[in-house]
Write a protein that binds this ligand. Structure first.
Ligand SMILES: [Zn+2]
Ligand SMILES: [Zn+2]
Length: 149
């Protein structure tokens, strides 16, 4: 997929101040990498792949791929982000919507963009006796507004 196949990513304007405040508010160590990565996630309602995040980081950020993976997993473990696997089995991370709990996602069939649908709670689906759920994923597939324009 070419860089910025998702039209929505061109408009991402990270706000490091907000990210720093969120990290400090939790008593977490606000490293430059954590601030920069969280700022990218906060700047969009989309769920972003590693590659997407890389593209949106500020110039000269100095965050290598291993650090980026670590920071994204750390943010997820801290509850500052959640991850969702799209149709393409690529993990994407989002700082939106997760506060509301389990929610549905939308994936665009044209550009691959995954959006958190904050207002769409995942219903409690009853399971047969003895079954145990690990996770529930509800994804609406279609065409996003940018691709339809
Ligand atoms: Zn699209
Ligand atoms: Zn989400």
């Amino acid at each position: 997929m070419p860089a910025f196949a998702q039209p929505s990513l061109r408009a991402v304007r990270p706000d490091p101040g907000r990210a720093h405040a969120l990290l400090s508010g939790r008593g977490a160590r606000a490293t430059r990498a954590r601030i920069d990565v969280l700022a990218v996630l906060l700047a969009t309602g989309d769920a972003l792949s590693h590659h997407d995040v890389e593209r949106c980081l500020p110039r000269g950020h100095g965050i290598d791929r291993v650090t980026l993976y670590r920071v994204l997993d750390w943010l997820t473990a801290q509850g500052l982000a959640h991850k969702v696997a799209g149709d393409d089995r690529v993990w994407r991370y989002s700082a939106a919507g997760h506060a509301a709990g389990a929610h549905a996602h939308f994936q665009c069939r044209d550009c691959g963009r995954v959006v958190c649908l904050d207002g769409a709670r995942v219903p409690a689906i009853p399971l047969p006796a003895g079954f145990r759920r690990n996770e529930v994923e509800v994804t609406v597939k279609g065409t996003c507004a940018a691709c339809r324009a």
